[in-house]
Design a protein around this ligand. Structure first.
Ligand SMILES: NC(=O)c1ccc[n+]([C@@H]2O[C@H](COP(=O)([O-])OP(=O)(O)OC[C@H]3O[C@@H](n4cnc5c(N)ncnc54)[C@H](OP(=O)(O)O)[C@@H]3O)[C@@H](O)[C@H]2O)c1
Length: 241
């Protein structure tokens, strides 16, 4: 039984991870902002602990987690701006993406790792993205944050492995979740997932469980998980106005 903190646990990949890890017998603390989704999670995963927190509120997060130690930190929460050329992006969406996908990940990791060092073991997981390793047009800022997370994970591993702390980046391709719900219209979103070639959140959750089940001597540094069949291209009006 491990004490596991999962962020982004109200939806998609993080929710599936929280449920899967809870069912596997781990003690899971599930974090997200959406209180209704957190209470629904406690119905599906009876006994799971939840905390409503906005990860960009660093001081609130620090206060809420003060004095707590974890065996596993799953940095999964993330956001994506509407795909479009970089020079059409608003400054606010650039800043928000960096704040949620990178800065708050750094802050939370900074908060949790000292406890792992003190206990001489631990495992830090990051949900990266294939976009961080194979960036493409219309995803510049999202890809940049995910590439930064990949570099951070690698550097952190170099610092922590001598203390018995493992660091794993899970880099999925397209997963059918609510990630694009706020930034694509429903027709665009449905077209993205047509044909069910996309991964499902449970696929990524099972991959995480397999990683965690390995003996402490084995550190999966990066796990790429892609849909087997090609997924439809995202079709958008990306003209720069
Ligand atoms: N879906 C894909 O195709 C795909 C592919 C590769 C990587 N990823 C990555 O997978 C991760 C999970 O995304 P998903 O696809 O599962 O999307 P999702 O269904 O939209 O879930 C995103 C989660 O992040 C949480 N979140 C966002 N901003 C937050 C904040 N400020 N504070 C606390 N929680 C916050 C959301 O919770 P609340 O709204 O309740 O706060 C939600 O639980 C992300 O890092 C994403 O970049 C996704």
């Amino acid at each position: 039984m491990k004490r596991i903190l999962v962020t982004g646990a109200t939806s998609g990949i993080g929710r599936a991870m929280a449920v899967t890890l809870h069912r596997a017998g781990h003690r899971v603390l599930a974090i997200g902002r959406n209180r209704a989704a957190l209470s629904a999670l406690t119905v599906e995963a009876e006994g799971i602990e939840t905390l409503a927190l906005d990860l960009v509120e660093a001081e609130e997060v620090a206060a809420a987690l003060s004095g707590r130690a974890f065996d596993v930190l799953v940095n999964n929460a993330g956001t994506i701006p509407r795909p479009r050329p970089f020079d059409a992006m608003e400054r606010a969406e650039i800043d928000r993406t960096v704040l949620v996908n990178l800065q708050s990940v750094l802050w939370l990791t900074r908060l949790v790792v000292p406890g792992m060092r003190a206990q001489g073991s631990g495992h830090v997981i990051f949900t990266g993205s294939s976009a961080g390793h194979a960036p493409g047009a219309n995803f510049a800022v999202y890809a940049a944050t995910k590439a930064a997370v990949a570099a951070f994970a690698a550097a952190l591993r170099a610092e922590l492995s001598a203390d018995g702390i493992r660091v794993t980046e899970i880099a999925p391709g397209r997963v059918e979740t609510a990630l694009y719900a706020d930034v694509l219209d429903e027709a665009e979103r449905q077209a993205m997932y047509r044909g069910s070639a996309s991964l499902q959140p449970e696929d990524v959750a099972e991959a995480l469980l397999a990683v965690l089940n390995l003996p402490a001597r084995a550190d999966v540094t990066r796990l790429d998980i892609m849909p087997t069949r090609p997924v439809p291209a995202i079709k958008l009006d990306t003209r720069v106005s």
